[in-house]
Write a new protein. Structure first.
Length: 131
């Protein structure tokens, strides 16, 4: 993300049966919250959180949105070297400026628990960097 580059990760998903489920979407380098990442995180019907992790140092912001089963959400993360913006349904829900990871990460769509169905309309990753 150096040199003014921007990375955007976006997905539109719908989950059902989320009462005891965990959901993560974004970029991570581990299967849990102990590594590096920029993610949305939700558990059950609680508030959706925006999280940035850099070598397990965590910054977490609780959004004003609760997870509702059988609702389609568009999640979007826009990252630069100085900030990470978190959007839900094109509304800015959180801005994080600390613990922005610089490690290599992969796309993460992690679902665990009593989800009875998951519908993914699309997932996309774009970058302003030119190779």
């Amino acid at each position: 993300l150096s040199g003014g580059n921007t990375l955007t990760v976006e997905a539109r998903v719908k989950l059902s049966g989320v009462l005891a489920s965990y959901y993560y979407f974004g970029l991570m380098d581990a299967h849990d919250l102990t590594g590096n990442g920029m993610i949305f995180a939700a558990h059950g019907t609680a508030a959706i959180k925006a999280k940035c992790m850099a070598a397990a140092a965590l910054t977490s912001v609780t959004t004003a949105r609760n997870w509702v089963a059988n609702t389609t959400y568009k999640f979007k993360i826009v990252a630069t070297a100085s900030q990470v913006l978190f959007y839900i349904d094109d509304v800015l829900e959180a801005t994080i400026t600390t613990n922005i990871p610089t490690a290599a990460m992969g796309l993460c769509l992690f679902i665990r628990g009593s989800i009875t169905a998951c519908a993914v309309d699309y997932v996309q990753c774009t970058s302003s960097a030119r190779v």
